[in-house]
Design a protein around this ligand. Structure first.
Ligand SMILES: [Zn+2]
Length: 133
């Protein structure tokens, strides 16, 4: 499985390096090179309507998936927990049908992660409640 490392920056550099997800929280944007190897620059705005960004132990997660339909490679993948998780390609109907199940699986994986985090924070709140701090 391919990995992508988190690199926090103020400005996105002009030249991106493969295998890094550059994140500028100040400007609410992330950038990386398409992991298929085509070296196209993928810019993902980070806001409620676009992508949400999360990091755990310095491993980035972007939600939802990244579909580069506009590129010749038409790559489609998720960045989950610092890993590139390939998804189906949109263009072919057959793949699409199988893909949707796959998409659901990824989604529930993501939501499970989400739940895990929420539970952790609930637990922290519980501790706070019980012990006062
Ligand atoms: Zn590509």
């Amino acid at each position: 499985m391919e990995r992508i490392k988190l690199l926090k920056v103020h400005y996105l550099p002009k030249e991106l390096e493969e295998g890094f997800l550059y994140v500028s929280k100040e400007f609410g944007v992330a950038g990386h090179l398409c992991p298929c190897g085509c070296k196209n620059k993928i810019i993902t705005p980070l806001d409620l309507a676009e992508w949400s960004f999360k990091e755990v132990n310095n491993k980035p997660t972007l939600y939802p998936s990244i579909g580069n339909w506009q590129l010749p490679c038409k790559s489609h993948y998720w960045i989950i927990d610092g890993k590139i998780v390939w998804s189906y390609q949109w263009s072919e109907e057959q793949i699409k049908e199988g893909g949707e199940a796959e998409e659901e699986k990824r989604k529930s994986y993501y939501y499970n992660l989400e739940n895990k985090y929420n539970k952790q924070s609930l637990f922290k709140r519980f501790i706070k409640f019980v012990f006062g701090k």
